[in-house]
Design a protein. Structure first.
Length: 109
């Protein structure tokens, strides 16, 4: 299985744009959530849970953007598909499933 680097770059960049849009939506929603809490205690519980959930979505999104940025940098440097830990080639099936992968399956565990 050969790697089409142009296609991989397009996939990574498209996913990154999606994630940046998600991060912006989460940020807007969190901004609205910072207003005063409802007077109703049960509503307060839901509002606070939503803030926690949005915060976690934001953190996960930032982590995924960072992973994509690293993969794109490795792609630009000619190091894409090579494990950053052991230097071995990353299996093409792993890259097809996780194009942002920068480690082989063995080193990722």
């Amino acid at each position: 299985m050969t790697l089409n680097l142009a296609e991989i770059r397009d996939t990574l960049e498209r996913r990154r744009r999606e994630l940046v849009n998600r991060r912006e939506r989460v940020s807007r929603d969190l901004g609205r959530a910072e207003g005063p809490l409802s007077q109703d205690f049960s509503e307060q519980a839901v509002e606070l849970q939503n803030v926690d959930t949005l915060g976690e979505i934001g953190r996960t999104t930032n982590d995924e953007i960072a992973a994509i940025d690293e993969a794109l940098a490795r792609l630009s440097a000619g190091q894409y598909g090579v494990c950053k830990h052991c230097g071995q080639e990353i299996d093409a099936r792993r890259l097809a499933a996780r194009p942002e992968a920068v480690t082989c399956a063995r080193c990722s565990t």
